[in-house]
Design a protein around this ligand. Structure first.
Ligand code: NAD
Length: 354
């Protein structure tokens, strides 16, 4: 048996993980993998029950699993609680606790959805990008101060820290990923201003010598965000630090038409963790209208990267392609004349096409 720990979390997390599990059960019927599912809380749901966003029991269950399927955490209900107890701490705790230093986010523009992109069709057509995000270092984990007084003036700070080994391992992940794609890496930094970026650039250049079949270029993060809107097809693998890729990946995701479409998987540690890139979407939570595709495609990445079952992963991906080509649309990607469906109907349409 292969054990999948499912963490629905908060907001739309339950709805979209229900969809992904339903799809995985169909895949199991077809490919006879022997999947078993074990549910655990995290985020606000865990805080409400146990007073902690991530319990040792949940982390241990993840460590013992073959893979983790994660929904989303957070929401206005927990916005004003003590910082160390906030739902987002669960995600940071899982990433750090499982040692997940790399997050892979494929961004693809579906032919069927090209008119829904905020970019012109001729600019966005053919864009196919893999974002490789450093996940356990940088400013999200560096020394910080919530509040201190210097000469009677209050201030706060966060610190961007990267070590050579941290940059080396994520750079290698980017170059290895590029080898399976179109053999180009764009490393994004702010080396004109930041010392940590200058180290980043130097180490990426050094590692690139091990990969002379891969083309490497560097962009400053501000230029990268502009280039994305001007010519997204120039990118193959985009490598960046924790915060820069957090910000850029939402911009990259938006060119596809909805945050709800994109999957991700975090790798490199004890157990991989697959999750849609979006948050808990409190504005639509509980209405049954969330787009489940990002989470369903995350289940495909789980099959590819954790269970090494490429055929099963592709079965999900081509079922999603077909479902979109057949005109099924949740509210976030709906256009007049197409088949408007809710979360469960979209999920069933995908299952029917597996
Ligand atoms: P969000 O991604 O939750 O929502 C942004 C917008 O996209 C909303 O309008 C939402 O309705 C829409 N959207 C997102 N996913 C969708 C889907 N599957 N289908 C249809 N529409 C979708 O981002 P936010 O509003 O900035 O954050 C809300 C909460 O989520 C916050 O508490 C934040 O901290 C948390 N968050 C969690 C994660 C995570 O768990 N990985 C990631 C980002 C944000």
């Amino acid at each position: 048996m292969k054990k999948i720990v499912v963490i629905p979390g908060d907001g739309i997390g339950k709805e979209i993980t229900d969809s992904a599990v339903a799809v995985l059960k169909k895949i199991d019927e077809k490919f006879k993998i022997g999947l078993e599912f074990e549910y655990h809380d995290a985020g606000g749901a865990s805080y409400d029950k146990y007073g902690e966003p991530l319990t040792a029991e949940t982390l241990d269950a993840c460590k013992a699993a073959d893979a983790v399927l994660f929904g989303a955490v957070g929401g206005p209900k927990w916005d004003n609680i003590e910082v160390s107890k906030r739902p987002e701490k669960a995600l940071f705790g899982l990433r750090k606790g499982l040692g997940l230093y790399g997050n892979l986010r494929p961004v693809k523009i579906y032919d069927a959805l090209i008119d829904g992109s905020p970019l012109k069709k001729e600019i966005v057509a053919g864009a196919d990008i893999l974002i490789v995000r450093e996940l356990v270092g940088g400013i999200y984990f560096g020394p910080r101060c919530e509040s201190e007084f210097v000469d009677g003036v209050e201030r706060a700070f966060d610190t961007e820290v990267y070590s050579v080994p941290e940059i080396e391992r994520i750079a290698r992940l980017a170059f290895e990923s590029a080898r399976k794609r179109r053999k180009k890496v764009t490393s994004v930094d702010k080396a004109n201003v930041l010392a940590s970026s200058r180290l980043w650039r130097r180490v990426v250049n050094e590692i690139s010598k091990e990969y002379d079949d891969i083309e490497l270029n560097h962009l400053y993060v501000d230029n990268c965000s502009a280039q994305l809107a001007i010519k997204p097809t120039q990118f193959d693998v985009v490598l960046s630090s924790n915060m820069f890729s957090d910000i850029l990946s939402d911009e990259f995701a938006a060119i596809g038409g909805s945050l709800g479409l994109l999957p991700s998987i975090s790798i490199g540690g004890i157990t991989n963790l697959a999750e849609a890139i979006s948050g808990s979407a409190p504005d639509i939570a509980g209405k049954g209208i969330a787009n489940p595709i990002g989470e369903i495609l995350s289940a495909a990445l789980l099959l590819r990267y954790s269970l090494k079952n490429e055929n099963a992963a592709q079965a999900i991906e081509s079922a999603v392609d077909k479902t979109l080509a057949d005109g099924y649309r949740t509210a976030d990607i709906y256009k007049d004349g197409l088949n408007r469906v809710n979360t469960v109907e979209m999920t069933n349409a995908i299952i029917d096409r597996i």
